[in-house]
Design a protein around this ligand. Structure first.
Ligand SMILES: *[C@@H]1O[C@H](CO)[C@@H](O)[C@H](O)[C@H]1NC(C)=O
Ligand SMILES: *[C@@H]1O[C@H](CO)[C@@H](O)[C@H](O)[C@H]1NC(C)=O
Length: 223
């Protein structure tokens, strides 16, 4: 019975620390289950930068990066609101709306989001271009951190909604507990040398796949 249970667990969950350089996560199906859990090297942040690249053709809302604490499901969420055509960072439940970006389907898009707890200001860099700085929320992000790709956490580690799920590819996820300079963000965007994340490092990622998510060689467009 125990062996059977172990086999069942092994069949759906695989945890490891791996260098994912040149690789991506493929989310091949819209579900309310498939996701990747990322384990950060540090807990508790007074500033954050998160960068990721993604490729999708889904037209509805979807979460690109979901970080929850026990008291705040939207502790650091990067969300595409399709109806309004906005990238919406939610930081400590404070929502900021950024419209006017060319979030084209079937293209890689690099999105970096910075925030500091003292001023509470957020800024995004969409394909290397900066947004204005807006007030999200002040105060540090604390409590047990759960970071998920592929689903939007409406509770701490769960509460998934298929209509907010991600389908497509995600790569180069990095997180820092400080604000990156604009030059570092530029270097991230053009895939040049930059300092990898000290909280999430794509080259040394501690992750666990739950359900139907694949690790594959990154799709490159040959010019
Ligand atoms: C998801 O959206 C579809 C289409 O709008 C709707 O029919 C369905 O009920 C929604 N599912 C959930 C779980 O909200
Ligand atoms: C990120 O991972 C790479 C590969 O293991 C390592 O060389 C580098 O020091 C790491 N960087 C940080 C900031 O942890």
């Amino acid at each position: 019975m125990k062996l059977l249970l172990l086999l069942v667990i092994m069949g759906t969950v695989s945890a490891k620390v791996e260098d994912l350089s040149g690789k991506m996560f493929t989310f091949p199906k819209e579900t309310n289950t498939a996701h990747v859990r990322l384990t950060p090297t540090k807990q508790g942040y007074s500033a954050v930068t998160v960068c990721h690249r993604s490729f999708t053709d889904i037209k509805r809302d979807h979460a690109l990066f979901s970080l929850a604490t026990p008291s705040q499901a939207n502790s650091f969420l990067i969300y595409w609101h399709a109806g309004r055509g906005q990238i919406q960072p939610h930081i400590r439940e404070g929502r900021v709306e950024y419209g006017g970006w060319d979030y084209k389907s079937n293209n890689w898009h690099s999105i970096c989001t910075t925030w500091d707890s003292e001023k509470g200001l957020v800024q995004i860099w969409f394909d290397g271009l900066p947004s204005i700085r807006k007030l999200a929320n002040t105060g540090p992000i604390s409590g047990l951190i759960k970071i998920i790709l592929g689903q939007d956490q409406d509770t701490h580690g769960g509460g998934f909604d298929v209509n907010q799920s991600f389908a497509g590819m995600i790569t180069d996820v990095h997180m820092w507990d400080y604000i990156l300079s604009s030059c570092e963000i530029h270097n991230y965007m053009i895939e040049m040398n930059f300092t990898p994340g000290n909280v999430l490092n794509w080259s040394k990622l501690d992750y666990e796949i739950i359900g139907n998510v694949l690790t594959e060689k990154k799709v490159e467009v040959c010019h």
